[in-house]
Write a protein that binds this ligand. Sequence first.
Ligand SMILES: NC(=O)c1ccc[n+]([C@@H]2O[C@H](COP(=O)([O-])OP(=O)(O)OC[C@H]3O[C@@H](n4cnc5c(N)ncnc54)[C@H](OP(=O)(O)O)[C@@H]3O)[C@@H](O)[C@H]2O)c1
Length: 328
Amino acid sequence: MTRQMKAAVYRQYGPPGVVAIQDWPRPVCGPNDVLVRVRASSVTSADRRIRSLSMPYGFGAAGRLAFGISVPRQPILGSELTGEVVEVGAAVRKFTVGDAVVAFTGAKLGAHAEYCRVCADAVIVHKPPTLSQETAAALAFGGTTALDFFRRGGLRAGDRVLINGASGTVGSAMVQLAAQAGAEVTAVCSGANAEVVRQLGAARVVDYTRVDFAAGGKQYDIIADTVGNAPYPRVRAVLAARGRLLQVLATLPQMLHAPWVNISSRHRVVAGPTAERVDDLQTLVDMAVDGRFTPLIDSRFLFEEIVAAHARVETGRKRGSVLIAHAS
Ligand SMILES: NC(=O)c1ccc[n+]([C@@H]2O[C@H](COP(=O)([O-])OP(=O)(O)OC[C@H]3O[C@@H](n4cnc5c(N)ncnc54)[C@H](OP(=O)(O)O)[C@@H]3O)[C@@H](O)[C@H]2O)c1
C-alpha cells in the first residue's frame, strides 16, 4: 500500500490560492536516495515564478517546457530544506538514518511536504548541531546564487561592488558574501531597508526611490542586478574598465546580447541559471556556523499557513527569506 504524507500541492499555474495542503503519496527512496523528514523550508521567489509561470521576458515557452506545458509536472514546490534522514537507499554510504541534513533540491523542488526525496550525491550536506533550523532552511537559495555569480564574475578583495535589490534573499546574501570577501559594497534598496543592509556589511546605501545609482559619477568593478532593471545600456557608464555586470535576473534578449558585450567592450556580462553545487552549500553551512553568513529572515509561517507565505512572497517586497516551520 502506498504510504501517504501531507504536502502543499498545486495542480494548476496561478496565484497563491492554487496551493492547498492535502494527502499525497510519500516519495519512494531509490538506491542512491535519502528520504528526509522535512522540519523547515522556505517559499522563494523561484517558487512564485514557477507557481504563477511568470518567467522573465522571452522565457515563457522554456518555462512551460521545464515545469509542465499546461499543468505543473512537479506539483510540490520548495527547493531548500532541513530535516532528518528517515530512510537511506541501499547504495548510500554518506548518510545514515537519523542524520540531520541541509539540502537544496533546486529545479527538482519537492520541499513543501512532510517528506522529500533527495539524491545522496546531489546538493545535500550534514547539518551541524549548532546550526539553527531557521538558518539551515534559508541558506541555500540566496547563498548559492551569490557564490555562483561572484565566482563567474571573478569577485576579488578590494572590488567596488554594487548590489541592486540588496534587501531581497539573493541581494542580502550578496551583500554579506561580497563584504566577507573584502569588497567595498554599495547596496541599492529602499530607505526602509537601509539600516538592515548596512548591518549586513554595506559600506554605502543608495535609496533607489530618491537616487539613480546609474546616473552618478561613482564607478563599480561589479554590478549585480537582482531586480532586472539594470541592463547593460543603463549601467555601462558606471562600470569601471574590465567591470562585470552580473544579471541574476535577465530577459532572453539580454542573455543573447551578453556575448556581444563580452567581445565588443572592456566589460563582461554574466547571466544564466545558477549552478547547483554541493561544495557551495557546504561553504555556506561552514560560514553560518562561525557567524560569517547569517541569512536574512523576512517572516515565519507554519506549514499549515503556506498559502499566506506564498502571498507574502507575491508582494515582491520581502526582506530576505520567508520561512516555513514544518511539524516537529
Ligand atoms: N539566475 C538565477 O539562477 C537566479 C537564482 C535565484 C534568483 N533569481 C532571480 O533573482 C531575482 C531576485 O530574487 P530574490 O529571491 O532575491 O527576490 P526577493 O527576495 O523577492 O526580492 C525582494 C526585494 O526586492 C527589492 N526591490 C524591489 N524593487 C526594487 C528596486 N526597484 N530596486 C531595488 N530593490 C528592489 C525589495 O525591496 P523594497 O521593498 O525595499 O523595494 C525586496 O526587498 C528573482 O527575480 C529571481 O527569479 C535568479
